[in-house]
Ligand binder design. Structure first.
Ligand code: KIV
Length: 277
């Protein structure tokens, strides 16, 4: 039996900002990836609704359902012992009525083993954040490019480049902080604005495409491993090229089987000659 490991809490995450220590977060959608991310010592594992694009083959996160998210969050929770697991609330799961929102948020903790939820939006979700937090469920906010609002934003583009939207984003961060979030993802906002927001709020900001001045960084794990798609956003650094490696391995398997080179003698089981029928 492995020794018990102390789980990272939202209090630890907030303390890291106070102590000036940078925070790490990566996505996972399944058990083996969750184990790898946890073993790498990453602070938080986000079961992102990016599962829609990365795993389920949709062209946005909008079709992702509560059932999808709970299924993937359960698998991730089984693989993580140390990191804080955050379940991403999918499109329309927190915008209808209060009771349903609270029930959905609660299911991530009660049925899927997460310790927190994330939801997208600013002032328009402040009351929702308050309701969820008051039930004892930690909430991570998400500002800037919020993919569930892609049709409203007119595409996947950098947010907050002009004075009015930059001011609004800064206000939204303060409003989310007052509503009780324990941290805020800043996605695709200019470096200077992310720095301003990070200095303006006491809760940690976790950047993706938001520059080096955030309190932490998140990437989609499949992006950094080079496992997903030919398109590489500017903010992604590829630490591996696994798509190419896997493609080569699969091709080699096919070629070796077709050429009669696999399986070799070392891959088979034998039995005594006299036992053969
Ligand atoms: O769904 C997701 O993976 C996310 C991250 C990009 C922050 O929201």
């Amino acid at each position: 039996m492995p020794p018990p490991v102390k789980r990272i809490s939202t209090v630890d995450i907030r303390r890291k900002k106070q102590e000036g220590r940078l925070i790490t977060m990566l996505t996972a959608y399944d058990y083996p990836t969750a184990r790898l991310v946890d073993d790498a010592g990453v602070d938080m594992v986000l079961v992102g609704d990016s599962v829609g694009n990365v795993i389920l083959g949709y062209d946005s996160t909008i079709p992702v359902t509560m059932a999808d998210m709970l299924h993937h969050t359960r698998a991730v929770s089984r693989g993580v012992r140390r990191a804080l697991v955050i379940g991403d609330m999918p499109f329309l799961s927190y915008n209808l009525d209060r009771a349903e929102t609270l029930r959905n948020a609660g299911r991530f903790l009660q049925e899927a083993g997460a310790q927190a939820v994330k939801l997208e939006g600013g002032r328009e979700v402040a009351e929702t954040v308050r309701v969820i937090v008051s039930a004892g469920i930690p909430v991570m906010g998400h500002l800037g490019l919020t993919p569930q609002a892609v049709h409203q934003l007119g595409g996947y583009r950098v947010q907050g480049r002009d004075a009015a939207t930059a001011r609004r984003l800064l206000e939204d961060a303060r409003i989310l902080e007052a509503a009780g979030v324990f941290s805020i993802v800043l996605e695709c906002v200019p470096v200077e604005l992310a720095q301003r927001i990070t200095a303006a709020v006491s809760v940690p900001t976790i950047g993706i495409g938001a520059g080096p001045h955030c309190d932490g960084q998140v990437l989609v794990t499949h992006d950094l491993l080079g496992l997903y798609g030919d398109f590489k956003p500017k903010f992604v650094k590829r630490y591996a090229e696994l798509y190419k490696d896997i493609a080569r391995a699969l091709r080699e398997f096919r070629e070796e089987v077709e050429a009669g080179r696999f399986p070799g003698p070392e891959h088979g089981y034998s039995m005594p000659e006299e036992e053969l029928p």
